[in-house]
Design a protein around this ligand. Structure first.
Ligand SMILES: Cc1cc2nc3c(=O)[nH]c(=O)nc-3n(C[C@H](O)[C@H](O)[C@H](O)COP(=O)(O)OP(=O)(O)OC[C@H]3O[C@@H](n4cnc5c(N)ncnc54)[C@H](O)[C@@H]3O)c2cc1C
Ligand SMILES: NC(=O)c1ccc[n+]([C@@H]2O[C@H](COP(=O)([O-])OP(=O)(O)OC[C@H]3O[C@@H](n4cnc5c(N)ncnc54)[C@H](OP(=O)(O)O)[C@@H]3O)[C@@H](O)[C@H]2O)c1
Length: 397
């Protein structure tokens, strides 16, 4: 067996998403994995089940940690440190989570909230803080991966048409919003540690009485991806489709945005060039925007994954599909309100005195004169920032 180079601890990994994450990670020979949970026999059983799988290649350890209990966390850190034998902990996956909203009638609201927060909020804060010294020893880019939820996004939650079965779960939902906030604070306080919070989607596990729509074998792949490598930004909020734009209502508030496009439609090169059988010459997913959430990860083999796209019929998508995709992005994110079609930028000048960009786009004006039916009218505009998204083939006229 090769020497492990990545030490990963997953809280609450004796069942559900945590267990499936551990199972996927166990196929990698370079990993030293700590399966963890609050119940010693369940943790032991999970370790045995993973270790006996034929293709288990990682070094598997276990540690009992109840994240709602400071003494248990302290003992757990000591045990992990001893088992690491001088090595660092590279990745902490804060996966343990509970929900008590269905028991509010019997427990009372305050107790239900306290019990939920003890694990989902206080637990994450304390265990992260406690493992910082071991994480900071890492030389491979330490990270904290928090398993959050779509209900942890205030932006998504405040959307009238956002559909979730558990919108009324006041304790659970607010605990996941607090987790998003903890993610930001941990990232700001520890710039050397990459901190993300994930929305694994609705998975059939114990926490929701197995009513979720996804198999946790699949939902856990997002956690696996973030555990295996530094993915995205820190702090960052991610779903299976990439960055979740629902973290903040507007990523840059109060921007007055105008997009000048010289063509009469969207799609750039793909809009202009329409000859038969035109298709991209690289796999479709390379011409898609990873920032948007509408591509999905398809699991092919336990330890490998490939990207695939629902809408594309072919690996090398034909031009009409690429155009439809680009137009779909404009529709979906309501970008048309910012776009001025048939506006070609013909002049741009920076004025040092005012620190402004002076711009001159031109647009066609139709004349009644049939010989010279199209003319152009130039207009003046001003901007603080100018992003030039012209393709390499375009020239200033
Ligand atoms: C026929 C063809 C096939 C191609 N196939 C592939 C492929 O298979 N794989 C691949 O990776 N690449 C391919 N390319 C390269 C292609 O350019 C890129 O895939 C991609 O479209 C480039 O994106 P872009 O945003 O940089 O440029 P564009 O998509 O060209 O977008 C630039 C936009 O800027 C606008 N613009 C330019 N000047 C001005 C101005 N002065 N004022 C206002 N608006 C302006 C243009 O109208 C256009 O909409 C192909 C290009 C062509 C022409
Ligand atoms: N399932 C979904 O649809 C979904 C969606 C979004 C987010 N999530 C999040 O995903 C994470 C995993 O949940 P899951 O769906 O896999 O549910 P699960 O099957 O119930 O697993 C939760 C795990 O957390 C452990 N745990 C609970 N309290 C703990 C504590 N105080 N200390 C240590 N471990 C503790 C549980 O241990 P025991 O076995 O001892 O109970 C269990 O192993 C949670 O954070 C959850 O909020 C789930």
């Amino acid at each position: 067996m090769s020497t492990p180079t990545l030490a990963i601890l997953i809280t609450g990994s004796n069942q559900g998403l945590g267990f499936e994450t551990a199972r996927h990670l166990s196929k990698h020979p370079h990993i030293h994995l700590f399966i963890s949970g609050r119940n010693p026999s369940r943790v032991q059983e999970a370790q045995e089940n993973i270790t006996k799988e034929e293709d288990c290649k990682a070094v598997i350890d276990n540690v009992v940690i109840d994240v709602s209990d400071d003494a248990s966390i302290k003992a757990g850190v000591k045990e992990v440190e001893a088992k690491l034998n001088g090595a660092a902990l590279d990745v902490l996956v804060n996966n343990a989570g509970v929900g008590f909203d269905r028991q509010i009638e019997t427990l009372g609201l305050r107790t239900a909230m306290e019990k939920t927060y003890a694990t989902n909020v206080f637990g994450v804060a304390v265990i992260s803080e406690s493992f910082l010294p071991l994480l900071k020893k890492s030389t491979v880019g330490p990270r904290i991966v928090n398993v959050g939820s779509g209900v942890g996004s205030l932006s998504l939650m405040s959307k009238k048409n956002w559909i979730s079965d558990n919108l009324s779960f006041i304790a659970y939902n607010s605990s996941k919003a607090a987790l998003s906030s903890i993610t930001c604070t941990l990232a700001m306080k520890n710039p050397d540690i990459h901190v993300t919070v994930l929305n694994p989607g609705s998975n059939a596990t114990n926490i929701n009485n197995f009513t979720g729509t996804m198999d946790p074998k699949d939902g856990s792949m997002l956690i696996v991806q973030h555990a295996l490598e530094r993915t995205g930004k820190s702090p960052g909020f991610y779903t299976t489709g990439g960055e979740d734009l629902g973290w903040f209502p507007q990523r840059i508030p109060n921007v007055n945005l105008t997009i000048y496009e010289k063509n009469a439609g969207m799609g750039g090169a793909w809009y202009l060039d329409r000859y038969p059988e035109l298709a991209c010459d690289i796999p479709s997913h390379c011409v898609r925007f990873f920032v948007f959430t509408d591509f999905k990860i398809v699991i092919s083999l336990p330890s490998k994954y490939q990207l695939s796209f629902e809408e594309n019929s072919a690996l090398y998508a034909p031009d009409p599909e690429i155009c439809a995709y680009l137009e779909g992005i404009v529709d979906k994110y309501k970008l048309m309100q910012y776009i001025r079609l048939q506006h070609e930028l013909v002049h741009a000048r920076y004025d040092e005195l005012t620190a402004k960009r002076h711009l001159r786009p031109r647009r066609p004006v139709v004349h009644s004169d049939p010989v010279n039916s199209i003319d152009y009218k130039e207009i003046e505009d001003m901007a603080d920032v100018l992003f030039a998204g012209l393709d390499g083939l375009s020239r200033w006229t």
